[in-house]
Design a protein around this ligand. Structure first.
Ligand SMILES: [Cu+2]
Length: 248
């Protein structure tokens, strides 16, 4: 079934656990809209032929006796209520209502700027202080005097994630509003200066996926892209070990 839908309505290959429900909802919405589109198109052609001027030179102003139109309206209303209450709201409750917590999740911080994504890891689990005062020294403004920053890893436009582990990404911006768009994970979130926002997902497919800035943020917007590399846990551990404490 999934393969058939993917053929009929191709989407980016899905690479996260949570994205599946998103795709189900997309297919259902598109299914409803397709039925409406075909129905209206057929109705339009029927009306064009049935009420053509040559056969109907005088307008009939009395109301039609048919009830079909109200049945159709009710069908649409019921379908939309089902989409909202049976699918959208439950999916939201499962995936979006609460941020993931606990030791089992990986935390990554991302600071957007015109026109790049700065990425930060804390292998010890502790992110040291950062401040705008230190932005001249390093792109994420890490406080050099905070010992918790010593093992932090920073990268630009490259995020490494271990497969099958939920990641919580904390986002903020140095300058203007950007948007962290990760289509393969079905994730998109505005990145706002002076505020932190979050996305979370569980990558379940090895590979490299594009981060595309999804908010027009300046002349270089088109080239504000990064890569999420989903790797095995052992490759991830190795990458962390190799890069610990090295700052760009
Ligand atoms: Cu941007």
């Amino acid at each position: 079934m999934d393969n058939l839908l993917q053929k009929l309505l191709p989407m980016q290959p899905l690479a996260s656990v949570e994205g599946r429900d998103n795709d189900t909802l997309m297919y259902l919405i598109h299914g409803l809209v397709l039925i409406l589109f075909v129905g209206w198109a057929i109705y339009y052609v029927v009306v064009l032929i049935k009420f053509r001027a040559t056969k109907n030179s005088k307008a009939v102003e009395s109301h039609t006796a048919h009830q079909i139109s109200s049945y159709v309206e009710w069908f649409v209303v019921v379908a939309e209520i089902l989409l909202l209450f049976a699918f959208s709201i439950p999916f939201w409750a499962v995936h979006q209502a609460g941020m993931p917590t606990g030791k089992d999740i990986l935390q990554v911080r991302v600071v957007a700027q015109q026109f790049a994504w700065n990425v930060r890891y804390a292998p010890s689990g502790k992110f040291g202080r950062s401040s705008a005062r230190f932005l001249d020294d390093n792109p994420m403004g890490l406080d050099p005097n905070d010992p918790d920053n010593k093992d932090n890893i920073t990268t630009m436009n490259q995020i490494y994630l271990p497969i099958d582990k939920t990641v919580l990404i904390t986002l903020t911006s140095k300058d203007v509003i950007h948007s962290f768009g990760l289509p393969a994970m079905r994730v998109k979130q505005d990145v706002i200066p002076g505020m932190t926002t979050h996305v979370w997902f569980t990558p379940n497919k090895l590979g490299s996926y594009e981060i595309a800035c999804s908010q027009l943020c300046g002349v270089g917007h088109y080239r504000m892209r990064g890569i999420v590399n989903v790797v095995s846990q052992s490759d991830f551990d190795q990458w962390i070990a190799q890069n610990k404490g090295i700052h760009d």
